[in-house]
Ligand binder design. Structure first.
Ligand SMILES: N[C@@H](CCC(=O)N[C@@H](CS)C(=O)NCC(=O)O)C(=O)O
Length: 333
């Protein structure tokens, strides 16, 4: 079902998180359509599809809306089995894929990388942008605070370069898990490094350079070339407006069958309960609210409506998100 349904990616192209999804889709040759978003709120196109989630990217497949790249990647793995595979089936390497994801997303790598955005960047001089990012992260984005956080962030990021240079990439392999071509493991690990290396003035060459970390820099260049080639092969994605996107969603079917609330889930919630769902690491001021469709250790799904009143299902990963009863339905606790 999903195979025939248009994938709509809500993103802005310089989002490093969105790149994870674009690279993945292109490397697997899965076609998608994009609905480009502004870098700051408001995003009426996103509100229109029935989610209050404020982060980018978001993926809609039919009437299923997926928030957070970790869930999006795992869904694309399941929903598109017949396209070229880039993930590993070796359990030891699968563990590495997941640990690399955890390292980059939860392990502080992304937060430290974002602290290295050069304060000379025009966006960082725009008070609308810095205020927006304060809402997103809960920390100050003033020039003084950015500059103050930079030395510590540089030390952490250098440690990350060192780790890859002296371990996974130490034997001179092309791809991080020793695969034939670029794989999911590369995507899981590379995006903060790619972001920093390709962002002018983020890394001071006297402290972090290709001279110090030749293998990491070469890996990023190699990946960039492969990703650019695969994007060329796939061709430019179709770009649609928010109105076109919501119309596609509203006339689609669900691509997943309705799930259940897992028996024994420690929250004690029941199907149909009104719940709020939100990420706990960033973007926490924007909560989705709806009736609980399904809940398990991997994901939470709630029912919501598009602005035109069509029912959609909003999916979020369980990890990194809070699910809380909002008082409606048949909560047991
Ligand atoms: N854990 C989330 C993080 C997503 C995230 O933080 N994305 C950034 C863009 S790179 C964002 O949303 N920034 C604030 C914004 O654009 O509103 C994921 O994996 O998707």
């Amino acid at each position: 079902m999903a195979q025939q349904t248009e994938i709509i990616l809500y993103h802005y192209p310089y989002s490093p998180y969105a790149k994870r999804i674009v690279w993945y889709l292109n490397l697997r040759g899965i076609p998608y359509t994009q609905c480009l978003q502004p870098p700051i709120l408001p995003r009426p196109d996103v509100v229109a599809i029935g989610t209050s989630y404020r982060r980018i990217p978001i993926v809609a497949i039919g009437r299923d809306i997926y928030n957070d790249t970790r869930l999006i990647l795992s869904k694309l793995e399941i929903l598109y089995p017949s396209h070229k595979r880039i993930s590993t089936s070796d359990p030891e390497k699968q563990a590495l894929e997941r640990l690399l994801e955890n390292w980059a997303v939860d392990g502080g790598l992304f937060v430290r990388a974002s602290q290295l955005l050069p304060s000379s960047l025009p966006l960082l001089k725009d008070p609308r942008f810095t205020k927006d990012r304060e809402d997103y992260t809960g920390r100050s984005w003033t020039k003084e605070n950015m500059d103050r956080g930079r030395p510590e962030a540089l030390v952490e990021i250098r440690r990350a370069f060192e780790l890859l240079e002296t371990t996974l990439l130490a034997d001179g392999r092309d791809w991080i898990l020793g695969t034939e071509g670029p794989g999911l493991g590369d995507i899981e690990a590379i995006w903060p490094f790619h972001w920093l290396i390709t962002l002018k003035e983020a890394l001071p060459p006297s402290y972090i350079s290709a001279k110090d970390f030749p293998k990491v820099f070469a890996w990023v260049a190699r990946f960039h070339k492969a990703a650019t080639e695969s994007a060329k092969t796939c061709g430019k994605p179709k770009t649609i407006t928010g109105k076109e996107a919501v119309a596609i969603i509203e006339r689609s079917e669900f691509v997943e069958v309705e799930g259940e609330v897992e028996a024994g889930d420690p929250l004690g919630l029941a199907k149909g309960d009104t719940v709020e769902v939100w990420p706990t690491d960033s973007g926490f001021n924007h909560k989705d609210r709806g009736s609980l469709v399904s809940l398990c250790g991997r994901e939470v799904v709630i029912e919501s409506k598009t602005e035109g009143g069509t029912t959609v299902r909003v999916h979020a990963p369980r990890h990194g998100f809070r699910v809380k009863s909002a008082g409606g339905g048949g909560t047991k606790l």
